[in-house]
Design a protein around this ligand. Structure first.
Ligand code: SF4
Length: 495
């Protein structure tokens, strides 16, 4: 039996010839990421890669992976690649933004191959039963964390079973009915999973916070105790504030394996936040040092839970960068969204990082509950005064299934209902009586320009580093693509 784990097509050519590039599985916020056929950010599809590795390890099925996003495939190219593999079961994630196209694609796959289709991920979790009821091409939907759910489906298919109703976390069909099993318990022991599959989802081609290529993505924990109202992982995939950490020794073992197997020159920890639990962070740092690993690493962290001692241990063990969310410089908004960030602590964390040689990347978000023109200005000033090396800004997107979506729907703040509009790169989908969506878009343009300038000055101050990033991109995408991307970036800073 062939099982294919796929991240669906990442490139769409609009009728006017415009090329749109999406990020999907692996991204916290699936969105359009660029309009050239070259982008410099591809999140690693961890859940797909873990599910693939688990099925390779624990089942007799012939399992493989295919990433239509990182390979820049269009629907047509993806369909050819999928049918070529002759899958009996296709496992994929669904994102709200590309839902209509992806469902059309899956119907085409079904027609061409007759394979069963299992959908998972954020949107499949939110709308599992409805998706099966409305789409004959779908056979299963997995709710939440899905690696072991998929493994049990594969095992049942191999055993010739046609009743899947006993599999926790699965929505399936039986005698014409769509049946929803209870949600699966969160995985207690993350190390019961093998390392994610980096052979079919090639380890070295997913740049994220990359300073030295190849940079390999890794996770050391799952979950986050905060409750940010827009966070899909917190409210949908895990539906829990529970934090789970891997054994630090296993984390270091995986890093060592990646150095030997793939020649890793850097790691990026794509945890929800790497620094939630001090004892875990200190454990990982000690394990890295014990193995004598000298490879630098960056993390998705935060400025809430971390202290100087932890940052010092991280720097000593090779940490060279930390991303963290600020979102807003208005305490009222931070309170409204459920993010316990203290802005003075945030400034302090940036200062500590600078002292310790850890570069910082701060993220901001416009259009959150309580946003006004005054709060946006406050965030803009904060972003410019904060000594972070680089920053980014996005527009609030209340994905279905999050508390922010329920809140915005209830109060009539959603200005778009069509899911294809739920795109951080598109027009804002929320608007408030004192701050219409078009104003949020206008401020986003101003904020983006300032952020791009900050990044450009940083790149210019480190020409060696910047050249190495460009060379790596050129190696993967070709010189013309790099020039096009660089030009787009410069234009964004000064247009
Ligand atoms: S801090 Fe980040 S990971 Fe945690 S709930 Fe908020 S957005 Fe989600």
């Amino acid at each position: 039996m062939n099982v294919l784990f796929a991240n669906l097509a990442g490139v769409k050519v609009d009728p006017d010839g415009k090329v749109r590039h999406f990020i999907k599985a692996g991204s916290r916020w699936p969105m359009t990421i660029g309009y050239a056929k070259s982008v410099d950010y591809y999140p690693f599809p961890f859940w797909l890669a873990y599910a693939l590795a688990l099925c390779k390890r624990d089942t007799a099925a012939s399992c493989s992976g295919l990433d239509g996003v990182v390979m820049d495939l269009t629907d047509v190219e993806m369909l050819a690649a999928v049918t070529d593999r002759k899958p009996d079961l296709l496992v994929t994630e669904l994102a709200a933004l590309t839902l209509a196209d992806d469902l059309r694609f899956l119907a085409a796959v079904k027609e061409a191959t007759g394979c069963r289709v299992l959908v998972a991920g954020n949107h499949a979790t939110v709308a599992a039963a409805a998706l099966l009821e409305e789409n004959d091409c779908l056979d299963f939907a997995a709710i939440g964390e899905y690696e072991f759910t998929v493994k049990e489906v594969v095992a049942a298919l191999l055993a010739g079973k046609d009743d899947f109703t006993g599999i926790a976390g699965l929505v399936s069909r039986r005698d014409g009915d769509v049946l929803v099993a209870p949600r699966r318990e969160l995985l207690a022991d993350l190390d019961s999973l093998p390392f994610p599959d980096r052979e079919d989802f090639p380890a070295t081609i997913y740049p994220d916070f990359t300073l030295y290529s190849p940079c390999i993505n890794i996770v050391s924990s799952r979950g986050c105790p905060c409750g940010c109202v827009y966070c899909q992982e917190r409210h949908i995939m895990y539906a829990s504030p529970r934090y789970r950490a891997r054994d630090p020794e296993k984390v270091a073992e995986e890093m060592e394996y990646c150095v030997k197997r793939f020649g890793a020159r850097q790691f990026y920890f794509d945890d929800q936040s790497f620094v939630v639990k001090k004892s875990h962070v200190l454990g990982v740092c000690a394990a890295i040092k014990k193995r004598g690993l000298k490879v630098p690493w960056t993390v998705m962290g935060d400025a809430m839970f971390v202290d100087r001692e932890t940052l010092a241990a991280m720097a000593d063990a090779g940490c060279i960068g930390m991303k963290f969310g600020v979102e807003s410089a208005d305490p009222g908004i931070l309170k409204a969204i459920g993010k316990p960030l203290d802005l003075d602590k945030c400034r302090q964390v940036v200062k500590w990082c600078r002292e310790l040689g850890i570069r910082t990347h701060a993220t901001f978000c416009l259009g959150l509950p309580g946003e006004t023109e005054a709060t946006i200005k406050k965030s803009l000033v904060f972003m410019e005064e904060l000594d972070a090396d680089t920053a980014q800004v996005s527009k609030a997107v209340p994905y279905p299934g999050t508390p922010m979506y329920a809140w915005a729907s209830e109060h009539g703040y959603l200005v778009a209902k069509d899911l294809t509009s739920f795109d951080g790169m598109g027009s804002c989908v929320v608007g408030y009586p004192d701050l219409p969506a078009a104003e949020i878009d206008r401020w986003y343009g101003i904020f983006s320009k300032r952020v791009a300038r900050k990044k450009l000055f940083k790149y210019m101050s480190e020409p060696g580093q910047s050249l190495s990033i460009l060379l790596e991109m050129g190696r993967r995408k070709g010189v013309m693509s790099v020039l096009k991307s660089a030009w787009t970036f410069v234009m964004r800073a000064f247009r």
